[in-house]
Design a protein around this ligand. Structure first.
Ligand code: ZN
Ligand code: ZN
Ligand code: ZN
Length: 378
């Protein structure tokens, strides 16, 4: 695939249709979320006006889109046709009619509709009342396993996004981004600016959690002023050419306590173990177990309160999930985070996160910024 030709939407449609036939899904109804852009290149606006791609098992999909947003649609007549709707039309009724025309009810079986996981309830409930004879499921049942396996072009884009995030991490680790005496919010805003400056089209999030706040994994940056001898967990990511970055480094301001050093070394070892375990053919839960074992053996097991990782792609969090109970096996092209942490309430927390791709010749970490304990003096 060359960048000039763009993503292989036609091939993805064929893949989706094969998966629909295996799953017994008759029509996909794609609205908000990443299934729609993955299949069509078009992202729906999260608005009260309905956008929905109707994908029947056979025949050309139809993109039902508000007339005023139709100019944003890049035509792909080989993949879908466009049906703009005017302000006085009823788009939900329009979708119901398209579904009715596409599905031939077979005896003894209710047809199944796969609707985007994030479609607004206001649309789903009306569709359900207009299509009473149908069963419903989420479209991710069909699309998530397909989206989880990245092709070479997607891996290359994820690598560019990771490299851009890495450059921000290097600025943090080198002290170029000052920490001591600044508020978490100020540092978070600078990280966001730098994500954009390094090539992301969007900065999606920037957690800066200092001192005791570092013990809260999803801490919202506050006006707390960063002091000396503290861990600062920086977890940030953005979107570059449609694909997400997400990485975490924990920097220490001034000489850390022996206990904080021990926590850091444990997390770093757990992170290495998680990455090393992420080989093709390994169950996702084994990646979690490999990282968790290190933390448990060091006596911090109860302080590792989240799964080890999540898939990443068009969305920051998608399948596959590195979590106990997920026996799904890693395949070539699976891209996901490995991000163990230790969070001691009221004391401190440390997390280290890289994006990793399962490759034929072993796990490939896309983030390479220093994993060792870095003490900054500014
Ligand atoms: Zn998170
Ligand atoms: Zn993260
Ligand atoms: Zn993450």
């Amino acid at each position: 695939m060359s960048p000039q030709t763009g993503p292989p939407f036609g091939a993805r449609l064929e893949q989706a249709r094969r998966a629909m036939s295996v799953a017994g899904t008759d029509v996909l109804l794609l609205s908000l979320g990443a299934d729609l852009p993955w299949l069509s290149g078009y992202e729906a606006m999260p608005l009260e006006r309905l956008t929905m791609l109707v994908v029947p098992a056979a025949g050309t999909p139809v993109l039902v889109v508000p007339q005023l947003e139709a100019p944003r649609v890049m035509a792909r007549p080989d993949v879908f046709t466009v049906r703009p709707w005017a302000e006085s039309e009823d788009p939900v009724g329009l979708v119901a009619t398209l579904v009715g025309g596409a599905v031939t009810t077979r005896a003894g079986r209710r047809p199944v509709l796969g609707v985007s996981d994030r479609t607004w309830a206001t649309f789903v409930l009306r569709l359900q009342s207009l299509l009473p004879g149908f069963d419903w499921e989420v479209s991710s049942q069909v699309c998530a396993p397909l989206r989880a396996v990245k092709d070479d072009e997607e891996v290359a884009t994820l690598a560019r996004a990771a490299a851009a995030a890495d450059r921000v991490a290097v600025a943090l680790l080198s002290g170029e981004i000052a920490l001591i005496g600044r508020t978490e919010r100020e540092v978070s805003a600078e990280v966001r600016r730098r994500l954009l400056a390094e090539g992301h089209e969007r900065a999606n999030f920037s957690i800066v959690a200092s001192g005791p706040n570092s013990a809260s994994p999803h801490h919202e940056p506050t006006g707390r002023v960063i002091g000396r001898g503290e861990p600062v967990v920086c977890d940030f990511g953005g979107t570059l050419d449609g694909y997400c970055s997400d990485m975490t480094r924990t920097v220490v301001t001034g000489e850390p306590s022996a206990e904080l050093r021990r926590v850091y070394e444990t997390v770093a070892e757990a992170q290495r173990a998680g990455v090393a375990a992420a080989t093709v053919g390994t169950a996702c839960q084994e990646v979690d177990r490999a990282a968790r074992r290190v933390i448990e053996e060091a006596g911090y097991g109860r302080y590792f309160v989240h799964r080890t990782g999540h898939g990443i792609g068009l969305e920051e969090h998608e399948g596959p999930y590195m979590v106990e109970g997920n026996t799904e096996v890693l395949r070539t092209g699976h891209a996901f985070s490995v991000e163990p942490g230790i969070y001691v309430p009221g004391e401190h927390g440390v997390r280290i996160e890289d994006i990793v791709v399962a490759c034929e010749d072993g796990p490939r970490a896309l983030n390479v910024a220093d994993h060792s304990l870095v003490v900054v003096e500014a």
